[in-house]
Write a protein that binds this ligand. Structure first.
Ligand code: GLC
Ligand code: GLC
Length: 654
């Protein structure tokens, strides 16, 4: 630590202590008598513990504002009021989670995600389908945003008009809170989004801004002319070029330019304004009080903007999240954060930490699984995992094959170039491959936000359509269908076993294909991501126990892997160690748990592959091994033969 940082941290802790000394009596006077004194003391304990880091971040963000102390006090008052309003059931959960703060590292964790309307019509319908989730062993359910949104296009719920109202076609806030509690009774944690980078242009704040209220215009990033927008844009990338060029939208009503990173109806909030931070604190804790256990922080990369940068992943964005984290630790400690940063892998990792986001999507693994499937070569995947899979203790990846968004090729250029490939060409190849334009490709996907100027694109399509099932079924080609099923199971097998929480997009367990009808819906047309957001196929689900059907084969294969994960110590809080299998088509890693370890092998090609048995023995494997996945014992004297796309889970004696 340099002298400067030491002095700075000394100064900070002095000021933070002084602020707390001034604030505590004021909070006590206002709130102490509103609750049980023992409970109050516990709350105070947490406040004292987490206040220093809250102070540090807020001071760095807003300390130069003359009214800093006013906002600091407001924020603590908000937190305290929200904590007082927290239902007893959730305060009990707080206590339970504080006793086992890393509960989400358990191998019992299996995630699923869905749109409430597409899966079950509404919240009531979802309640009825809890048994379906339980049958699969789901313990984590991410419901896509279900709040009040504008009619028509609302980016699948990501343009929120009120964080406190549920979209009336789905149910009510009371129904949502009841659902959270019922899910919890079934061992399922509710995961919801905190869409905090932007609101819809119909949010009350935006409406006031539109009406000319300058106080609310300060809630967003609004400019009188093109001067600043042009200056910012000169160093930025476009995120949704199909919707509008650049990052700004002109409002005829205000005759001003509004920062809109995504769609023109999604207005970016201005976190330089401490009032925004304060209000969003209340919205966040309101969600926590409905029973959310994992909060998915949407679009974290974009929270802060600075001239001359690409306005992504700025240090202040991290501070905002860390400040929210400190507040949640004080007022709703049962809730943990998961980051949604779909950016360069090194930037993704920076959001991960116990005091920021203990959970994070793993977009690099997702992208490289698809890469390995297209190239039949696992070397880039292996290299990238060796460098970036390890994250701090107590944190976990959320590993997924597919989500509701497009597949972006968010791996590093260096990892591609290390293979002697050109990164740009390689991304182009993957786009060609997954849109089915590449000769011989098994995939049936569509481009998303294709940028004709730069040639960039991302990919839409369901897991089944991208792995060849759509093509195989259309051609009535049993071999193709069989290979596609193997590919689906292989990808899911890796996310189950690799370490972290696997996340299944509901419908993928039945092999649901692309929904081309989305184009007929005016609210969805033009956004190809709806291709892979079909209505859940409950007819198909009825066939899930019939292994003569495609749905049944996938479902059964998946259930088996979930069982394997949930009943095997090797998958709990265990180290992942990547290994060179000596065969570029076969991905391999150990999961090591104290006295017990397994070797997971995945063949990413449609051809049989062999592994040298001597090499396996050097890795500590015996000649005779048990494949937990196939449920059989095998002996490898000279070589170990793997079937096309086979996944093996071999026990290693230690
Ligand atoms: C996130 C969501 C995506 C949405 C965007 C804007 O990336 O996953 O669906 O379009 O944020 O909210
Ligand atoms: C708003 C806030 C002020 C802050 C400014 C920065 O005007 O009230 O405190 O410094 O935004 O954008």
């Amino acid at each position: 630590m340099s002298l400067n940082t030491r002095m700075n941290s000394f100064w900070l802790s002095k000021e933070s202590n002084a602020s707390l000394r001034r604030l505590l009596p004021r909070l006590e006077a206002k709130y102490k008598d509103k609750t049980d004194h023992a409970e109050w003391d516990m709350y105070m304990g947490r406040l004292k513990r987490h206040f220093p880091r809250l102070f540090e971040h807020l001071h760095a963000l807003y300390g130069t504002d003359y009214d800093f102390f006013y906002y600091l006090e407001n924020t603590l008052s908000s937190a305290t009021e929200m904590w007082l309003a927290r239902p007893p059931e959730l305060k009990a959960l707080d206590a339970m989670r504080e006793a086992d703060p890393h509960w989400y590292l358990s191998h019992r964790m299996v995630g699923a995600m869905c749109y409430v309307d597409l899966f079950a019509d509404d919240i009531e319908g979802l309640r009825k389908h809890i048994p379906y989730l339980s049958e699969m062993g789901i313990t984590y359910l991410h419901l896509m945003p279900l709040f009040k949104v504008p009619q028509g296009d609302n980016d699948g719920g990501y343009a929120i008009s009120s964080y406190r109202e549920v979209n009336s076609s789905l149910g009510s806030m009371e129904a949502l809170a009841e659902l959270a509690s019922e899910l919890r009774d079934h061992g399922i944690s509710l995961v919801l989004d905190f869409v905090f980078n932007h609101t819809s242009d119909e949010h009350e704040w935006a409406k006031k801004a539109l009406a000319g209220d300058e106080e609310y215009q300060e809630f967003y990033r609004i400019f009188p002319n093109r001067e600043m927008p042009d200056a910012y844009e000169s160093s930025m990338h476009e995120v949704f070029p199909d919707d509008h060029p650049g990052a700004f939208t002109y409002s005829n009503r205000m005759k001003k330019w509004v920062w809109t990173t995504f769609n023109n109806f999604q207005w970016d909030l201005n976190y330089e304004n401490p009032a925004v931070f304060n209000h969003m604190t209340e919205e966040m804790l309101f969600l926590a009080n409905q029973g959310v256990e994992i909060l998915r922080l949407d679009a974290v990369a974009f929270l802060w903007k600075r001239l001359g940068t690409n306005s992504q992943n700025l240090p202040e964005a991290h501070r905002i999240i860390q400040a929210f984290n400190a507040i949640a630790s004080i007022a709703a400690p049962a809730m943990v954060f998961k980051s949604e940063a779909i950016v360069h892998p090194d930037e993704v990792n920076k959001y991960i930490g116990l005091e920021e986001c203990p959970l994070s999507y793993n977009p690099q693994l997702m992208a490289l699984l698809w890469d390995a499937l297209a190239t039949r070569d696992v070397r880039i995947l292996k290299r990238a995992m060796e460098h970036r899979f390890k994250i701090p203790n107590g944190c976990a990846w959320v590993n997924y094959v597919r989500c509701h968004d497009d597949i972006g090729w968010v791996f590093t250029n260096e990892d591609i170039e290390a293979m002697g490939l050109d990164a740009k060409q390689h991304r182009r190849f993957l786009n060609q491959f997954y849109t089915g334009r590449f000769e011989g490709s098994f995939a049936r996907g569509a481009p998303f936000q294709e940028n004709p100027l730069t040639g960039d694109a991302r990919i839409s399509g369901t897991c089944a359509s991208l792995t060849g099932l759509e093509k195989g079924v259309a051609a009535n080609d049993q071999t193709e269908v069989d290979l596609a099923i193997r590919r689906i199971l292989l990808l899911h097998g890796i996310i189950m076993m690799i370490g972290g929480i696997p996340l299944i997009y509901l419908g993928d367990e039945l092999g649901m294909l692309n929904d081309y009808d989305y184009d007929k819906d005016p609210a969805k047309t033009g956004d190809s991501r709806w291709l892979h957001r079909p209505h859940f196929d409950w007819k198909g689900a009825e066939q899930r126990h019939d292994t003569n059907t495609v749905a049944g084969r996938i479902y059964k294969g998946l259930l088996r892997m979930i069982q394997l994960r949930q009943q095997n110590l090797a998958f709990t809080r265990a180290e992942t160690e990547f290994t060179d299998t000596g065969n570029p088509h076969v991905f391999g890693f150990f999961r090591n748990h104290d006295q017990y370890s397994v070797l997971v092998l995945g063949n990413f090609s449609e051809k049989e592959q062999s592994l040298d048995a001597r090499r396996l023995r050097h890795m500590g494997m015996r000649k005779t091994m048990v494949d937990l996945h196939a449920g059989r014992t095998l002996t490898a004297t000279q070589e170990l033969i793997m079937e096309p796309y086979q996944l093996m889970v071999l026990t290693r004696a230690v």
